[in-house]
Design a binder for this molecule. Structure first.
Ligand code: XUL
Ligand code: MN
Length: 348
């Protein structure tokens, strides 16, 4: 069993969302960034994740000097709160230039925009004191298979990653795969794809991955197996825990609330490999239900952390010897029930 070590937790300002969905408007009033930061601190989270424009709103319309000034002011505010910036992610799915993809757009001007914006994001990360860049490749894929050359798109992705790796020799890039939504099919749907792409870059050592539980489930994969796979390569540098009820839209539900057993398996995999020992954070990429009242706004995050910590206890108290015996006896029926009884706890 891994040493007892405290996990450190993190979320992003978008996880205190206002309830909007494609069919209806917000259901909670907007809150300021300062309020969100204060909530994060008050509830004992130690870091915040940022999209580049969470950190500097309207970043595209601002000069380099202005972005720098705002980044430094934000860094000071974070320092005052004793909160770290876990990562910065370029939001490459909002701007008109990314309608047909960002790095893989068919239009060279749009591809240039995506790379330029990413390089600015690297400078911003430096000012915020983090070396971690997250790439969720939202629009890198296709709706219409014949509209793009998928092999050439891999070359475009490598070119973009290479430009970033050359721009700042200190940064590390993590790819967050997701198989669909907004695209019909994404070019980098799984951790296997992400690590294969990393291998084509100029410095594979600085390209790793981030697993989001819901994204793995949407790809028809087991998130715990994805964790084991990434950690076998020493490549799991960040994590978005949440849950997902089947193959639907991306739900970002609280961790463990759909499949407690899958959440247990994810925690067990993290424990087995010592996730967090090199400073990695456990981030929750969860959204409150649309029905959530403002006074319960933080509950999706707090419940996810509570479930996570309870499952750490469950992983540490799992009867590994009994499990091994059942494995040796090829009695997986009994192993199956051992897990269930352990999760259920003692009968009253
Ligand atoms: C999208 C998603 C993003 C990334 C950050 O599904 O998970 O919030 O985590 O860009
Ligand atoms: Mn995510």
């Amino acid at each position: 069993m891994a040493d007892q070590h405290p996990y450190r937790f993190c979320f992003g300002p978008w996880n205190i969302s206002e309830g909007q969905d494609p069919y209806g408007p917000t259901t909670r009033p907007p809150q300021s960034f300062d309020w969100k930061l204060a909530q994060l601190k008050k509830h004992g989270f130690e870091a915040m994740m940022f999209h580049d424009d969470d950190a500097v709103p309207d970043i595209d319309s601002k000069s380099g000097t202005q972005v720098r000034k705002e980044a430094k002011a934000l860094k000071k505010r974070l320092d005052d709160f004793g909160i770290a910036a876990e990562m910065v992610a370029p939001r490459l799915w909002f701007a008109p230039q990314t309608i047909d993809g960002a790095y893989t757009s068919n239009d060279p001007k749009c591809r240039r925009y995506a790379i330029d914006r990413s390089l600015r994001c690297l400078d911003l990360a430096k000012d915020l004191g983090t070396d971690l860049i997250v790439l969720w490749l939202a629009r890198e894929g296709s709706y219409i298979r014949e509209s793009k050359d998928a092999a050439r798109c891999i070359d475009y992705l490598v070119e973009a990653l290479d430009r970033m790796l050359a721009h700042d020799r200190r940064i590390r890039i993590v790819i967050e795969p997701k198989p669909n939504e907004p695209m019909d099919h994404a070019y980098i749907p799984t951790i296997g794809h992400a690590l294969a792409l990393a291998g084509l870059t100029r410095d594979p050592k600085r390209v790793g991955c981030l697993i989001e539980s819901a994204h793995a489930i949407l790809a028809g994969l087991d998130p715990a197996d994805e964790i084991d796979f990434a950690m076998r390569f020493g490549k799991l540098w960040s994590l978005h825990l949440n849950d997902q009820n089947g193959l639907k839209y991306d739900q970002d539900r609280p961790f463990g609330n759909v499949s407690l057993r899958s959440a247990f398996d994810q925690v067990r995999a993290l424990e087995r490999h010592g996730y967090g020992k090199k400073g990695e954070y456990v981030c929750f990429d969860v959204h409150p239900f649309r029905t959530t009242k403002p006074e319960h706004w933080l509950d999706a995050l707090l419940n996810s952390r509570r479930t996570f910590l309870r499952l750490v206890q469950k992983a540490r108290s799992f009867n590994e010897k009994a499990a091994r015996q059942r494995i040796e006896n090829r009695d997986y029926q009994a192993l199956d029930q051992l897990v269930i009884e352990h999760l259920l706890g003692p009968a009253k």
